[in-house]
Design a protein around this ligand. Structure first.
Ligand SMILES: O=C(O)c1[nH]c(=O)[nH]c(=O)c1I
Length: 310
């Protein structure tokens, strides 16, 4: 059973890696993911300068997944750029750097500085952080997204990707696809980020469960799987020549299989990784391989994007 994935001009040994934000803020976390069965590594979304993020409690696990309003806590761009300078690219596991500048200028500054380094690290620009108070999600502003992508193309001459928020309307899928298809070096989209601004209530305390934004936070886990699959399948159809990375609700080989069936080139794991740790990657990979064996598939190409309609 071959779980390898060939994209971005390279072949990675498997199809699973971490979702940005989970097990990736510190260098030792990134090293733990690299040392695991994960096939790639992505860093926590970086701002130009380090950030503490929102007040705690800012993350809560629930029976159906998670809610978070971390507020972009990160070590700052230079920390992750330094990690990228020291990264073992010979491992065959690509390194992605998530960038989430607080302004278009900051995103372009980080892209320009990354370009200057000439490192193999691939940027995934985050258009969808839902938890910085006062900062609306770029991915929900189509005009601002169009302007940003033009600026990214000017700032960075290599291949890059974007992390998209979930969309919930065919008109929005179409509008975003029209914008994204203008950019040939935009090689992939990662669908989806958390479903923003959910509210989890604890009926014993009769209170919300996280402190920031009076309890509003991004949802992950089981809550988001159908929305994630819909976004993967719609953008897989609408973005010919681009790759879609599936993210959302993956906790076993089953959900990984669903994402690939929907068109995902590779699959990220967030909430499940947060709680299980990097051992999740070998478990999920084994489960996926088992599922493929039972179904008679020897590679991901044999079923990627083959979701049947009725
Ligand atoms: O609150 C966060 O740090 C955060 N949380 C998310 O759920 N998605 C994001 O892109 C980010 I930047």
């Amino acid at each position: 059973i071959d779980l390898s994935v060939t994209w971005l001009g390279q072949t990675m040994p498997g199809c699973l890696y971490n979702a940005s934000g989970v097990w990736c803020r510190e260098a030792d976390e990134l090293e733990a993911v690299l040392a695991s069965a994960a096939a790639a590594v992505i860093s926590k979304s970086a701002t130009l300068l380090p950030r503490d993020g929102n007040p705690e409690p800012r993350y809560c696990r629930t029976p159906l997944g998670s809610i978070n309003s971390m507020g972009l806590p990160n070590r700052g761009f230079d920390y992750y750029l330094d990690y990228a300078r020291r990264y073992r690219y010979g491992s065959g596991k690509p390194l992605f750097l998530s960038l989430s500048g607080l302004s278009l200028d900051d995103n372009c500054e980080m892209l320009r500085r990354l370009a200057e380094e000439g490192l193999p690290a691939v940027p995934e620009v985050n258009l969808s952080c839902p938890n910085v108070p006062g900062k609306p999600q770029l991915g929900y502003d189509f005009a601002a997204t169009a302007e940003a992508l033009d600026a990214f193309d000017a700032a960075y001459s290599g291949l890059y990707g974007v992390k998209l928020p979930p969309y919930f309307d065919p008109a929005h899928f179409a509008a975003m696809a029209e914008i994204l298809n203008r950019h040939p070096r935009l090689a992939f989209v990662t669908c989806i980020n958390s479903i923003g601004n959910g509210l989890v209530v604890d009926i014993d305390s009769e209170a919300v469960v996280i402190k920031p934004k009076d309890g509003l936070g991004g949802l992950g886990g089981d809550y988001v799987l159908p929305t994630a699959l819909a976004n993967v399948r719609e953008f897989y159809r609408l973005l010919p020549g681009k790759d879609v990375v599936g993210c959302g609700g993956v906790k076993s080989g089953r959900e990984a299989f669903m994402h690939i069936l929907a068109g995902a080139r590779a699959v990220q794991v967030g909430t499940c990784l947060y709680h299980e740790g990097p051992g999740a990657f070998s478990r999920i990979a084994d489960e996926l391989a088992m599922l493929m064996r039972v179904k008679g598939y020897r590679s991901l190409d044999a079923f990627r994007g083959r979701l049947r309609t009725l």
